[in-house]
Every structure is written in structure tokens, then in C-alpha cells.
Design a protein around this ligand. Structure first.
Ligand SMILES: Cc1cc2nc3c(=O)[nH]c(=O)nc-3n(C[C@H](O)[C@H](O)[C@H](O)COP(=O)(O)OP(=O)(O)OC[C@H]3O[C@@H](n4cnc5c(N)ncnc54)[C@H](O)[C@@H]3O)c2cc1C
Length: 499
């Protein structure tokens, strides 16, 4: 996957079958689906692949126990199916994980036990394993950080875990392997529209104007269909189509605090089933650290670098310290990151935690297809639905999707061990591969998404940045000004990941 050869394929004389705007989970999934069905496919991403919400998730592949409690059986059943498929199709970046729910009374044991049994049954053949009731002693052995005060045992159930940004890169590789062209740092700036047939009542979208930031070139790109997969930015594209269209997205922020494994040793994750605001909070081992999260805060503005709010940080520390034998302070946080959920507005619902996690497809009068909402876990199904819509709109001959069993490309970088020396992880050879095969273009791409150091240990990432910048400069023949600029930009960004 080489950027120069991708860019060379942006041919203004060509008409693509399917053009996708947005290179997060949804867009990359759509590119895999479309290309593997044989459609000529182009995806453009304004920033880096997975720069948006798709690198900032809680890293769970799950049906969502919380949605079961809300009674959304359809969503849970669909997500559990997708969970099973993803583990089979992308084993290099996913694995099963045991989650411990603490119980403080017999009633709770019965309530959660019944719910989790139903959860497992809904997975049918794709079950990850039966739930087990645990005594306090077993909990002490497998997860010694769980506070035993008033504890009356617990329950372990199974879900999945993954590395979101690595899966995104692997999806890009998979789409490219099937002939798709994908370009990061290339932004859709406007839509091309006209009445294509005398019978058309409204002008139809027949492509986009896109700007490639690295070559500083602007292209008119034609396509028979255009899919808007821009997550929380979906309204920007919808309003390029119709400036009077009402917003459909309510952005809801969720933050995570990352701490050392010593605060939560063991291989299991921990679930606080009911926080003060009746949500679920997780402590999840991830690489060589533990992620604590998340929150659900409605935001007024949308940005590609959301920053945790002080009250969100306090909320997570308070809950974690209440349920764990720890006193984690702000000084123990090695990194923190925030993401924006692209929730779709529902009339009458004012609390974002009650807004649906289902995905939504909207086809405008100009035939622009917008797909948003949903979860990482269900990206494959979302992609299939979006491409089915594109087939219908463009009247393509129907070709069956193949992604239910399609193997997703793996990479040696999926197995990076963050306990290894930094010089080994970031050898010149590895950096060359990130650039030449994974389309990394700057320090941030390498430290935030090709590897996850920024999300694990922001201070260490800042310390490593000058060396990465110098090595990229050597490979790409950049000058000292470029190096200085890169380091400054990265340090500025990384400060947002430190409390
Ligand atoms: C805090 C949090 C925790 C979560 N945890 C989980 C979890 O554990 N498990 C799970 O299954 N799901 C989880 N989710 C949900 C999941 O992360 C999202 O549903 C998913 O990542 C959304 O992907 P997307 O592709 O729709 O959006 P995004 O990842 O935001 O991608 C949209 C992309 O479009 C690009 N773009 C915008 N405008 C343009 C333009 N004009 N031209 C070109 N490109 C453009 C953006 O740069 C961006 O990269 C979580 C979400 C949050 C916020």
C-alpha cells in the first residue's frame, strides 16, 4: 500500500463505481465490501486513516451488555454475530477476553447471571464461552485489584478485544488487495452535481472535488455513487449537498484514562455495571497498560482532536478507586484520549446515553448515501448495507457480499510488544515499512496509529518523537526545518494526551 502509487491512480478521466468519503471503520469497511464484490472503489480520508473516532474506542468487540438492559435485542444479536465473525476473520488484532462483574447481593447475582446467560445464548453458534459464577477467593486470585469489601462473588462472561487503529490499517490493506484505491490526507471539499437524465427531478451527485494535502493538488473525481462515511462530520457533507439540511448528528464524548498494569494486574477485564449516572464503566488490560473508561458527555462542537474534560477525568478516577483496591491519582495516568460518538438524533431523547447505537442510512434527493452511527463491532454489516444501497441507486447488477468470511490482512506490526526496547520497535526498517507499505506520512501517524505509543504513554511518545522525525526525514529526504516542525506539532498534540 504505497501512497505515491495510490495518488497516481486518481485519474480525472475515470468514473469510479463507488466513491467513499471517510477512512474510519465505516468507510474502510465499505471499501473492503465494495472492492471485494468487484466494484471499482476509491476511498479518500481528509486526515490519516482512523484519525477520527475509530482510533479512540474502548477497544471492545462486543454485543453491548448495556443495550441488553435497554431491551435492544436486535442490536445485541446483530453485534454478537459480528463479534464472532470479526474474531474469525481478523485473528491478528482481536482476541477473547474474560470480563468480571462484581455482585454485592444474591439478587444482583440472579439479575446479572440471567442477563448474561441470555447474552451468551443470543450469540448462538458464535458464543465465546459460558458464563461462570465466581467466589470472592477466585476473584482475589485472578483479579487481586478488585475491592472485596461487601463483595458477594461475581460473574465472568466473555467478549472480544482489539486494536482499533491496527484493524483500520489492515482493512485498508484488504481493500487495496481487492483493487481499491485509498488515499489519506485527501479531503472532499465539495460535491459535483447535475441533472444527468432529462427525467431527473433533482441534480444528482456524480463525484466530488478533492484536495490532496501532500501534493497540494485538487482533483475532480467522478463516481456513479458517493458514500458519506464521515462519522461525526457527516453533517458537513450532507450540507455540501443541501446547505439547508438540518443536523442529524449529536456528538457524544467518551474519554479513557490509561494507567500502569500494576493498578489492575491479571488477564481479565472488570466491569462496573452501574455507575452513579447508571452507565457501565470498564477497566480493560490493553497492550502493557490498562484502559479505564468511558464517559458519555454531549458536546456542542465537533473537532478531530477532542480533549477530556476535568469532570470526566474526576468521574473515572472516583469510580475506579471505589471499586478497586487502588488510589489512582491523576499523576498515575500515562495517557488519556477522547473520542466523539456519531449518535443520530432521535426526537424526544435528551440524554445521549439513551440515544440509539444502531446505524442509520440516509439517501438524499441527489442520491448521496450517508451512513453513520453504529459501532466498530458492527462495521462489516454497516458496510454491507451501504454498498447494497449504492448498488440499488446506481442500478448495478447485484453481486453478493463476501465479507462474512473474508480474511482481513494481518501484519507483523499487529504483534508489537510494547515491553520491547523503543529502538527495536522503531527500527529504521520498521519506520520505512510504516511509510512505504502503510502510508504513514508523519510522526503522529507512526506514534498514534501504526503503533499506539501515544495512547499508552504520552510522555514516552514525546521523548521518542525527535528520533522518529529524524528517521522519517532521512528516508524521505526532508530538511531540518521539516524535522523541527514535525517535533513541535507532535509535542503540541501529545500535550492533550497528558492530564
Ligand atoms: C469513547 C468511545 C468508545 C467507543 N468504544 C467502542 C468499543 O469499545 N467498541 C465498539 O464496537 N465501538 C466503540 N465505539 C464506537 C466506534 O468507535 C465508532 O462507531 C466508529 O469508530 C465510527 O467510525 P466511523 O468510520 O463512522 O467514524 P470515524 O472513525 O470518525 O471516521 C470518519 C472519518 O471521516 C473523515 N472525514 C471527515 N470529513 C471528511 C472529508 N470532508 N473528506 C474526507 N474525509 C473526511 C475523518 O477524518 C474521519 O477519519 C466507541 C466510540 C467512542 C466515542
Amino acid at each position: 500500500m504505497n501512497r505515491d502509487s495510490m495518488l497516481a491512480q486518481l485519474d480525472e478521466n475515470k468514473t469510479w463505481d463507488i466513491l467513499i468519503i471517510g477512512g474510519g471503520a465505516t468507510g474502510l469497511g465499505a471499501a473492503v465490501d465494495a472492492a471485494s464484490r468487484g466494484f471499482s472503489t476509491l476511498l479518500i480520508e481528509a486526515d490519516d486513516f482512523a484519525k477520527g473516532t475509530s482510533s479512540r474506542s474502548t477497544k471492545l468487540i462486543h454485543g453491548g451488555v448495556r443495550y441488553l438492559e435497554q431491551g435492544n435485542l436486535k442490536l445485541v444479536r446483530e453485534a454478537l454475530k459480528e463479534r464472532g465473525r470479526l474474531l474469525k476473520n481478523a485473528p491478528s488484532v482481536t482476541h477473547k477476553l474474560g470480563f468480571i462483574i462484581p455482585t454485592y447481593s444474591f439478587g444482583q447475582k440472579l439479575f446479572y447471571g440471567t442477563g448474561l446467560k441470555i447474552y451468551d445464548m443470543l450469540a448462538q453458534k458464535l458464543s465465546f464461552g459460558k458464563i461462570k459464577f465466581l467466589s470472592n477467593k477466585t476473584i482475589q486470585n485472578i483479579s487481586p485489584a478488585i475491592n472485596q469489601e461487601k463483595l458477594k462473588g461475581g460473574i465472568v462472561y466473555y467478549d472480544g478485544q482489539f486494536d482499533d487503529a491496527r484493524l483500520a490499517i489492515n482493512l485498508a490493506h484488504t481493500a487495496a488487495r481487492h483493487g481499491a484505491v485509498l488515499l489519506n490526507y485527501c479531503e472532499a471539499q465539495s460535491l459535483l452535481k447535475k441533472k444527468t437524465k432529462p427525467t431527473d427531478k433533482y441534480p444528482k451527485v456524480y463525484g466530488i472535488v478533492a484536495h490532496d494535502y501532500l501534493s497540494d493538488k485538487t482533483f475532480e473525481i467522478r463516481s456513479k455513487t458517493v458514500i458519506n462515511a464521515t462519522g461525526v462530520f457527516a453533517d458537513d457533507i450532507i450540507q455540501m449537498d443541501n446547505k439547508d439540511a438540518e443536523d442529524i448528528i449529536t456528538p457524544s464524548q467518551g474519554i479513557h484514562l490509561v494507567v500502569d498494569k500494576k493498578f489492575f494486574p491479571g488477564d481479565h477485564a472488570f466491569v462496573i455495571p452501574k455507575t452513579d449516572d447508571k452507565r457501565v464503566l470498564f477497566a480493560v488490560p490493553w497492550h502493557n497498560k490498562v484502559i479505564l473508561g468511558t464517559t458519555d458527555t454531549e458536546m456542542d462542537s465537533i473537532t478531530d482532536e477532542p480533549v477530556p474534560l476535568q469532570e470526566e477525568i474526576n468521574y473515572i478516577l472516583q469510580h475506579a478507586n471505589r471499586y478497586l483496591n487502588t488510589n489512582i491519582t491523576i499523576n498515575d495516568v500515562t495517557s488519556m484520549f477522547a473520542g466523539l460518538r456519531p449518535l443520530v438524533k432521535t426526537k424526544g431523547v435528551t440524554n445521549t446515553s439513551m440515544l440509539s447505537r444502531d446505524h442509520v442510512i440516509i439517501v438524499s434527493l441527489s442520491d448521496l448515501i450517508t451512513i453513520t452511527g453504529g459501532k466498530w463491532t458492527t462495521y462489516r454489516k454497516m458496510a454491507e448495507d451501504a454498498v447494497n444501497n449504492a448498488i440499488f441507486i446506481a442500478k448495478f447488477k447485484f453481486i453478493h457480499p463476501v465479507t462474512k468470511t473474508l480474511q482481513i490482512q494481518s501484519s507483523a506490526f499487529d504483534a508489537i510488544d510494547y515491553n520491547e526496547p523503543i529502538e527495536k520497535i522503531y527500527s529504521k526498517e520498521n519506520i520505512k515499512q510504516f511509510i512505504e507499505e502503510e502510508m504513514a506520512t508523519c510522526v503522529e501517524d507512526i506514534l498514534a496509529r501504526r503503533t499506539r505509543l501515544l495512547f499508552l504513554d504520552a510522555k514516552l511518545a514525546m521523548k521518542t518523537a525527535p528520533y522518529i522525525a529524524a528517521t522519517i526525514a532521512e528516508i524521505l529526504k526532508k530538511d531540518d526545518d521539516w524535522i523541527r516542525n514535525e517535533i513541535e506539532n507532535f509535542i503540541l498534540l501529545a500535550k492533550n494526551y497528558l492530564p
